[in-house]
Design a protein around this ligand. Structure first.
Ligand SMILES: [Zn+2]
Length: 235
């Protein structure tokens, strides 16, 4: 009689749960996190069994570990799960300038640069700031061979004052160090350069639109006071 072979049961693989959790190291956006360890604290809520879950989670992008807690609380009369993350993700403290009036390519590289600054990728951020200046020069039709000459060209064309051009050269030095020597700038150096470039972008692209708006409004007020009737301002 053939011997009965008993198939060994494979242990069932534990399901792997992934959660979307904001990660400061990955720029503050939500990234997929795997659960490394979990503990569920049983409890009751309105006579129903519920549990509070305590999880150690790991970002699948940068491998940073953080803590996720899911508990049930009563909000607006309904029991709702409340998710807490520790340490709390740092929100970008930077308020970016308005980008609607920037040329497309300048706006794109400026936003990408901000993302690298938030992700603390300082070397790439310095290169991004340099590229933003390159984009600014190109949008103004300055086609010199080197960035140094392009910035001087902006001053010659009257787009920038000599003082502003001098400021812009400072950001060029930072970009040069990052591009040629892979030198990583410090946070405060990067912050100062970003401020210079943002102030120039504001002066070149944003303030003129505000000024135009004010001029139009002033035109409307003058028209009303001169003949007592409102008429559309000349643009
Ligand atoms: Zn991450």
């Amino acid at each position: 009689m053939a011997k009965k072979t008993t198939k060994k049961k494979r242990p069932r693989a534990k399901p792997v749960y992934h959660y979307s959790v904001p990660c400061s190291e990955c720029g503050g956006n939500e990234t997929s996190h795997e659960v490394v360890h979990e503990y569920s604290q049983p409890g009751y809520f309105d006579g129903r069994f519920i549990s509070t879950d305590y999880q150690i989670v790991r970002c699948l992008g940068c491998r940073t570990i953080r803590f996720r807690k899911r508990e049930i609380q009563r909000k607006l009369g309904y029991p709702r799960p409340i998710i807490s993350i520790y340490p709390q993700p740092e929100k970008s403290r930077r308020k970016r300038i308005e980008t609607k009036t920037l040329p497309k390519e300048v706006s794109k590289i400026y936003k990408e640069t901000l993302a690298t600054i938030d992700a603390k990728a300082n070397t790439l951020a310095a290169l991004g700031l340099r590229a933003t200046v390159e984009g600014l020069c190109r949008s103004k039709g300055i086609n010199e061979p080197s960035l140094q000459k392009k910035i001087d060209g902006l001053a010659t064309a009257g787009v920038l004052s000599l003082v502003q051009a001098e400021y812009l050269h400072e950001s060029r030095y930072l970009g040069n160090d990052a591009a040629h020597e892979l030198k990583t700038p410090k946070d405060d150096e990067l912050g100062a350069c970003l401020e210079i470039i943002e102030s120039l972008l504001t002066a070149i692209y944003i303030l003129p639109t505000h000024s135009d708006r004010l001029k139009k409004r002033r035109g409307l007020i003058v028209a009303t006071s001169s003949n007592g009737k409102k008429r559309k301002a000349k643009t």
